[in-house]
Design a protein around this ligand. Sequence first.
Ligand code: ADP
Length: 577
Amino acid sequence: MRNRIFFKLLAAFVVVIAAATVTLDFAVRRAWEASLRGEIERNLRQKTVMFANRVNTDRQHGLQDVASQEGQAAGTRATIIDAQGKVLADSEADANSMENHAHRPEFVAALKGEVGTDTRRSHTLGIPFLYIAAPISGGAVRLAYPLSDVEAATARVHRTLLFGSGLAFVVALIVAGIAAHLTARRLQRIVQFAERIAAGELAARIAEGSGDEIGQVAAALDRTAHQLETSFVALQTSQRQLETLLNSMQDAVIAVGADRRVQWANQSMDRLVPQGSRLSAPVVETVRDPDFLRAVRNASEGGKASTTRAGSILPGRTFEVTAAPMPGGGAVAVLRDLTETERVEKTRRDFIANVSHELRTPLTSIQGYTETLLDTAPGGNHSREFLEVIRKNATRMSRLTEDLLTLARVESGEQRFDVQPVTSGELLQDAVQSFHEVARSHGIELQVEDTAQAQVGADRDAVHQVFANLVDNAMKYGASGRRIVLGARTSQSGIEFYVRDFGPGIPSEHLPRLFERFYRVDKARSRESGGTGLGLAIAKHIVLAHGGTIRAESELNHGSTFLFTLPPAGAQQEAQS
Ligand code: ADP
């Protein structure tokens, strides 16, 4: 790698330097040659014109003497011809033996009255000459300068230039080689640094001091590595915190990938399964419960969180499994052991049911005897009054035990509901028929506002009990409104029934707790009106057992509305299957 970059840079430098050297050599040589030739030509031209002047004016010397003197003075060959081209005198040859020069290009121009120039190789000497001819009266003169001198000088300059260029080339090559080597070494360091980061060594730093582009790249990489390290440390810390948190949980937690393999499990999960949870193993090998596996599959594929009960994870134990989809695929499931809670709850329910059951007979007996005594007791003394108090309290206790028994039955699931398709109108009609008279006797008008006319799946008697509790409450606590409205309407989860009164209403802070057992907004008022504090709790459990929901809305001084939903007919069977 290092060699590749080094040689590439070096090759690029060599090409640039070579091109510069050749261009320089060529351009300088050409310019120098051109300037030398120009100078020689100008010189020779002047000398030729002066030679022509002398021939025209010198009457003392013969033509041969003039040619010899001028040729010597100019360091050239001097020739004089007549208008026909016949050579009259020549500084270096016998004029008589020389051929006619009328057709030499420089003489052709001179005989026309101009200064003629030509460069060609001499027939006699075989070397190139620069010929310049000028007109004289009755002919022309010519000076011939041997260009071999110029060529020799040019060759010398060329050699000097070549040597200089070669030297510069070598120096430039060494400098370029060093620069390429240094650049390649810096790039190599950056590559090694990037490789260390890629290998996970996030603490690595490159620390390039230079501020050039390579230095800037290195500094940017350094910053990136620093940020990566910081983020990674933060990520590791939060992951460790999360692991500690999950491991300290009582509940078992297991994360399953989209491929249904175990990705992670906390220590509670490891303790739960006898063989421990093996990472990357199929989840079915860790937990074989079908309800658990279905919840995980639904969360992973359907993307919906769900809660279910699983009874076969461990023999004799029941778990509540909450599975939720994980971002990026797969699901995470939390398993809560309900066995102990359910056992305690069952013990509590059984105790309440048993106590209520045991109280039933003595209470009936007390009520019976009190009534008998009341029938026979003479009036006027306090005993009748006391008996009245005993009867009233016995009746209240009896109602309480009945309510407790009903609640225990509904809560425990012992009470089987006979769910049948029934129209919302029929249910409302049942309620109105039963309470119409009682309401009227209290001076309250009972109205049905809307019946929705849809079929719901319901146990008619149980729903009647819900209406009874709600209408009874509306009469007890909302009688001042003088009107109670019943109705039904379609909602997202089925049919929503409501009982609305126009009494004093309920302060909003009480609304969330209204359906708890024994929760009363005004205890004295409730007791006074014979309430047990269990009516709404019973209503809630009946509605929940039907797969519905119940809630209350209220506005102070404007009344309260109790609303419960029942699923459409057939929905319960579908949900069960
Ligand atoms: P209770 O036997 O006391 O009526 P419930 O469970 O039926 O018990 O009701 C719980 C409490 O909710 C009541 O004590 C009463 O304070 C309040 N409540 C119920 N219905 C109404 C209503 N329609 N208007 C005002 N308060 C109500």
